[in-house]
Write a protein that binds this ligand. Structure first.
Ligand SMILES: Cc1cc2nc3c(=O)[nH]c(=O)nc-3n(C[C@H](O)[C@H](O)[C@H](O)COP(=O)(O)O)c2cc1C
Length: 207
């Protein structure tokens, strides 16, 4: 069982990294393989809705950047944790552009686990979590919670590590995520079937 953690900050070793590292430590203790992926500092193109990804159907975006590097990992993982610093009471522009294309280009997301983590100096974590959690719910994923909303406070990694309740929330999130992955795996081995599917109904509200 493997989990992909995506650091949506420009800082490779900043506050978001510190929060995700705490989640990662708990996952590893529970025997879950992890990979921490940094979206980097190069500009990330926003989605242009060109539709080429849907024509190709290979789950990759026509803009071949960090999004495609991460997309190639999707089929090999059982869940995701997306971390973002709060920028003007929302997720960072980088992770928003990244996740729009990550999900819009399609792929093997349904029934996998997902959790978001937001990091702020002072305010905006719950709004950011509301934003990030929406990628999971529209993709048929199972959203994992903790003992508080998944927010951590601090202006840098050092301050974040001093947020005792935030760090506790991150560790519990990691353990809850590990529990869900193990439960899904146990269900699969016991023969629990995925829910019945239907052809998608596509209605653009024109009537
Ligand atoms: C453009 C920008 C906007 C920000 N807006 C907020 C904000 O609305 N609320 C807040 O508490 N912190 C805000 N911050 C501070 C960062 O969220 C905070 O320093 C965070 O720890 C940075 O995480 P990182 O090191 O992972 O990038 C902002 C920072 C930047 C660069």
């Amino acid at each position: 069982m493997k989990l992909l953690l995506i650091n949506g900050s420009a800082h490779a070793k900043g506050s978001t990294w510190a929060a995700l590292s705490e989640v990662e430590g708990a996952l590893k203790e529970e025997g879950i393989e992890t990979e921490l992926f940094h979206i980097g500092v190069s500009p990330i193109q926003s989605c242009t809705q060109c539709g080429v990804c849907h024509e190709k159907g290979d789950g990759l975006c026509v803009y071949d950047d960090a999004v495609n590097v991460a997309k190639k990992k999707v089929s090999g993982v059982d869940g995701f944790v997306f971390g973002s610093p709060v920028h003007y009471a929302s997720a960072s522009g980088g992770i928003t552009a990244f996740l729009d294309r990550f999900f819009f280009s399609g792929g093997d997301f349904a029934f996998k686990a997902g959790a978001a983590v937001a990091v702020a100096r002072r305010a905006g974590t719950t709004v950011t979590l509301d934003q990030l959690n929406k990628y999971f719910s529209i993709s048929g994923m199972m959203t994992v919670g903790s003992l508080y909303w998944n927010g951590v406070y601090g202006a840098d990694a050092e301050e974040v590590r001093k947020d005792g309740e935030g760090m506790h929330t991150m560790r519990v999130l990691g353990r809850n995520m590990a529990w869900l992955l193990k439960s899904v795996e146990a269900g699969r081995k016991a023969g629990v079937q995925l829910p019945k599917t239907e052809p998608k109904v596509w209605t653009n509200f024109i009537r």
